[in-house]
Design a protein around this ligand. Sequence first.
Ligand SMILES: Nc1ncnc2c1ncn2[C@@H]1O[C@H](COP(=O)(O)OP(=O)(O)OP(=O)(O)O)[C@@H](O)[C@H]1O
Ligand SMILES: [Mg+2]
Length: 398
Amino acid sequence: MGTTKVSAILGERTGDGVRVIGVGNAPAEGLKQGVVVDIDRAAGSVRKAVSDAERMAGVVMKVYNVGVAGEHIRSMNSRGVVGIPSHDHEITRDDVNRTLTAGRSFALPADREILHTLPQQYIVDDQGGIQEPCGMYGSRLEARVHVVTASKHALDNVAKTLDNSRLEIGELVLEPLASSHAVLTDDEREIGVMLVDIGGGTTDVMIYNEGGVLASGVIGIGGNNITADVAYGLRTAMKSAEEIKIEHGCALSAMVDDNERIEVPGIGFRETKQVGKQVLSAIIEPRVTELFSLINDQINKNDFKRALGAGVVLTGGSSMLFGARELAEQIFDLPVRVGTPIGVQGLSEVVNHPMYATGVGLLLHSDTSEEGRLQRTSSQVWWRQSVAQVRKAIASII
Ligand SMILES: Nc1ncnc2c1ncn2[C@@H]1O[C@H](COP(=O)(O)OP(=O)(O)OP(=O)(O)O)[C@@H](O)[C@H]1O
Ligand SMILES: [Mg+2]
């Protein structure tokens, strides 16, 4: 559920992966900056997207994963340590789970819920950098984890929206985590990469190093801000501004021909006027520069740049803005590519656009991951309870 659109991507498991068999879209109603603000209208958008996808696929959706986003998301790094029972010193899945549970055992305000506990690395006795400690011998196991929390109320509203839509719940996944499943390669995650998902209302950032998540964050700036700047700057309607941005916009003035002109429809009964493309670019560039500079300041402050051996991957609808990649390279001083979803079969050409990164990633999010199993023991249990409570409340009202 994005700020601008709700997408439902329906897939089926094949012997060697996932095949996309249906895609449905609806304009996002009742959603603001990734957060549900009107449950009935949001539920209507979900219903439309889902029924379109089901019609295309000719099957009914069984289980779904849902993306969670918004400025209520917080994240932090933590660690958990446990002793390994002395009888054989071989580390089991149970020991790993205990360590991860210890890593997420800190006091949380009553209105917040843990969404993910993402393992970064394990340390067995004094040996660090371990990705899979099961089966190793040791007497002390430590997990370094990246913990993501969300507002309970925001999640409750998502639960209620989806309950109205009569869908069965799979997993709740942080949207940039989902996007990264669809656009990043294992090599990039290992060497170090920053994913920047520029949507309509928000930009989600996720930094990977040595295979794990080092940091994540959300910035409340997206393509809608660029469109609003264009509308205001050129004195035209939002709809025209959106079309002009997509058709002629450029994030880097230096890439624009001085002589090119575009037609800008006036507001109301005012006449259409001609404006130089340079003028348009001069409106767009400062906003995109602001966005990338905010991210750059954070990565410099936290000394993350050294961890980004594979550079930056831009995704989300706004990553298609002409010149965005080049401007990002200048500001981050790192190699930048635009990531479209990879790793699915079937209707891959339909979802071959950065705006589908989150949707395809939700499809790829493995239910069998270690993280997935942990989820069901904590926030997912809470999440199901929350949905059950909402159902009960609705039933009692009826
Ligand atoms: N070719 C393009 N050039 C520039 N911008 C584009 C292009 N295509 C789409 N966009 C912009 O992408 C944005 C929508 O992206 P996306 O679908 O990823 O957002 P969302 O998931 O709905 O929102 P969010 O992630 O912020 O909640 C819109 O602002 C739209 O103007
Ligand atoms: Mg999005």
